[in-house]
Write a protein that binds this ligand. Structure first.
Ligand SMILES: Cc1cc2nc3c(=O)[nH]c(=O)nc-3n(C[C@H](O)[C@H](O)[C@H](O)COP(=O)(O)O)c2cc1C
Length: 186
């Protein structure tokens, strides 16, 4: 059975990044459970051409590859840092370069980080409607993490880990045979 592709995208330029640490944690557990082949990106991987073009055709090759990988993924793990109560503008610009049909029915885990808890509903009020536009299948459990859920840029809070476990379990609805095959092989 060939591995299904999981692509993670952190909408942050920072390295290290809490948002990247979060998608890495979710994606790692999902790969362990379902055997996904993971590729993770942040906005630094996309590079400077993103901010210099309004058209996908004008992106440089590394940015184009990121967009191609996103639209060809079997499952996406999206993470955005909260900027002024929403996702960053350049993250939205990257998503704007994707055609509406390209994310249709795609399973997407939505996650976000923020400095505190005040904007915890960012995942529900900003990220979920964005992927609702694409008619994607956003997973029921959305993950929001604040600074205090991390230690040295690693997920360190139990409630957050529990929520991550919940959403990883929910992925099985899309790949039931894969889950069973891996269990049988153990
Ligand atoms: C321009 C800017 C705006 C921000 N606005 C918010 C905000 O509205 N709410 C919030 O909780 N945190 C806000 N933050 C904090 C970041 O969301 C938080 O530190 C995030 O985890 C950074 O993610 P990263 O480490 O992946 O870059 C802001 C940070 C920046 C740089």
């Amino acid at each position: 059975m060939s591995a299904l592709k999981l692509v993670g995208l952190a909408g942050s330029f920072n390295r290290p990044s809490r948002t990247f640490a979060l998608i890495e944690n979710v994606a790692g557990l999902a790969a362990e459970r379902y055997g996904f082949d993971n590729t993770l990106y942040d906005l630094t991987d996309v590079g400077p051409s993103l901010g210099q073009t309004l058209r996908r055709d004008d992106l440089d090759s590394r940015a184009k590859k990121v967009v191609d990988d996103i639209v060809n993924a079997d499952v996406l793990v999206i993470g955005a840092p909260t900027y002024k109560g929403s996702y960053p503008g350049l993250f939205k610009h990257l998503i704007d370069l994707i055609d509406p049909h390209e994310l249709r029915a795609k399973p997407i885990v939505i996650t976000a980080t923020g400095g505190g808890d005040r904007h915890a509903l960012m995942v529900e009020h900003q990220l979920r409607p964005l992927f609702g536009f694409f008619m994607s299948h956003t997973l029921p459990t959305a993950i929001y993490a604040s600074d205090r859920d991390f230690t040295d840029y690693r997920v360190s809070s139990e409630p957050l880990s529990k929520r991550i476990g919940d959403v990883v379990s929910e992925i099985s609805a899309f790949f039931p045979l894969r889950n069973q095959a891996l269990i049988a092989a153990e």
